[in-house]
Design a protein around this ligand. Structure first.
Ligand SMILES: *Cc1c(COP(=O)(O)O)cnc(C)c1O
Length: 432
């Protein structure tokens, strides 16, 4: 199986040690499951690897846009993880969970004045300014409040991670960050250092997502440290922190490689140390912001199958009771997923089909070229693996489908609701 929390017993799919068919019966479908133990395990792998290779100062931050709801911020608080937030909405939910915002970094490429004020009001630790406009806006709000605000700068190191175009963010022409190559990064550093109410902390970059690749993070580290040395020489400013972003890949299908987080952190640390030696820098405080790799394989979605459509000589479809509203990733990026017949794990899978959603939209596909048992049909349970990242957080109510609940699993036998299923009433909640 693609992750060690997925097993089959007596023909039934188990997730985090629990019977998925029973869970589907108990909570209904569509249903998001999240393996709490797996999330905590991943946090600890990151934390321990950071401590081992970078020392006590370095820290991993959970990029909470990957999956954002109250309970997950409580878990991050308990695991002592820093967080990334990208909107007032995420800040609000984190506060609801009692998360101490001084450990939060505020990203996004277009923070409104209201976002900036709300974040400062609630004691955000650090802004990550995307561009000079944001530096100006943060300075203005900090001046109004008479405070000194920590801030770091998002730069684009000019690296193409060769993943999907839509999730490559480190190239010069990206909508994110201020490019190093064009000289604009020099200008923004010089400008920021002149601001009276901003304490410039360091630099940030994020090259993309679902990156397995070779030496992307190592190259980013070298570019960022070279830039840091250049600013030291030119402006007398040495970055205290360097954030190398998120983006570590996870396995969605058997063909995806295994990604060893600890080993990778070790390799990046070597590159950081080598670059520091080369440019005569002390090793700065290193941050990274994993999102997907913390939550993706902690997630699974359960659906009930409905219509099976066989178009002889063309194509076969198995429809499920959810679709792009709860998982838009195939529609957005053509993402791969592993689909399993949860109540028929022992049957031979010799029926090729597309697993599709129930929306009025032909792009509403969960996955194509899926192998299912030929007996698959109405009332069977179909599981989609690795849905813990960018599913719930991207979910919509398209076709007025209520969003599924999130049920958390832990200890091999406990299950509890962390987010309730939306009701039909919710579908008209804001209508006046
Ligand atoms: C989305 C994002 C992340 C997390 O990326 P993953 O691929 O989920 O690890 C980290 N940092 C920034 C700035 C992001 O936008």
């Amino acid at each position: 199986m693609i992750c060690d929390n997925i097993t089959a017993k007596d023909g039934i799919l188990h997730f985090a040690g629990q019977n998925t068919v029973e869970l589907a019966k108990k909570y209904g479908t569509p249903l998001y499951l999240l393996d709490e133990d797996k999330i905590r395990e991943k946090c600890r792998i990151y934390k321990n690897a950071f401590k081992k290779y970078f020392g006590d100062n370095a820290k991993p931050l959970y990029a909470s846009k990957a999956n954002c709801f109250k309970r997950i911020y409580e878990i991050m608080r308990e695991e002592n993880m820093g967080i990334d937030v990208v909107s007032s909405g995420e800040i609000y939910v984190a506060l609801k969970a009692g998360y101490d915002l001084s450990n939060a970094y505020f990203h996004s490429n277009n923070k409104t004045d209201e976002d900036i004020a709300y974040a400062m009001e609630n004691g955000i630790g650090c802004f990550v300014a995307d561009n000079i406009e944001e530096v100006k806006a943060v300075e203005a709000e900090a001046a109004r409040r008479g405070i000194t605000q920590r801030l770091s700068l998002r730069l684009t190191p000019g690296i193409d991670p060769h993943t999907y175009e839509a999730i490559a963010t480190g190239k010069v022409d990206s909508k994110f960050g201020t490019p190093i190559e064009t000289g604009q990064a020099d200008e923004i550093v010089e400008f920021t250092l002149k601001q009276e109410h901003i304490l410039l902390e360091g630099y940030h970059c994020h090259v993309g997502s679902q990156v397995f690749g070779e030496d992307i993070f190592e190259r980013a580290a070298e570019v960022m440290l070279e830039f840091s040395a250049k600013m030291r020489d030119k402006l007398g400013f040495t970055a205290k922190t360097i954030d190398l972003g998120g983006g570590y890949g996870v396995r969605y299908v058997e063909e995806d490689p295994e990604f060893d987080i600890e080993e990778k952190v070790g390799q990046v640390a070597e590159a950081v140390k080598a670059a520091c030696a080369k440019f005569g820098l002390e090793v700065p405080e290193i941050h990274m912001e994993p999102g997907r790799s913390i939550v993706a394989d902690a997630g699974m979605t359960l659906y009930t199958a409905g219509t099976v459509k066989i178009i002889p000589g063309y194509k076969n479809y198995v429809s499920v009771d959810g679709g792009m509203p709860d998982n838009p990733r195939f529609a957005l990026y053509g993402s791969s997923y592993t689909c399993l017949p949860a109540n028929k794990m022992d049957e031979k899978r010799d029926f090729e089909c597309s697993v599709v959603g129930r929306c009025c939209e032909s792009g509403d596909i969960i996955q194509e070229h899926v192998m299912m048992p030929s007996s698959i049909g109405r009332y069977d349970i179909i599981a989609v693996c690795t849905t813990g990242a960018y599913n719930y957080s991207m979910a919509s109510n398209y076709n007025k489908l209520p969003r599924p609940p999130i049920v958390m699993l832990r200890g091999g036998n406990e299950d509890y609701v962390a987010v309730k299923r939306e009701t039909l009433e919710d579908m008209a909640r804001n209508d006046v």
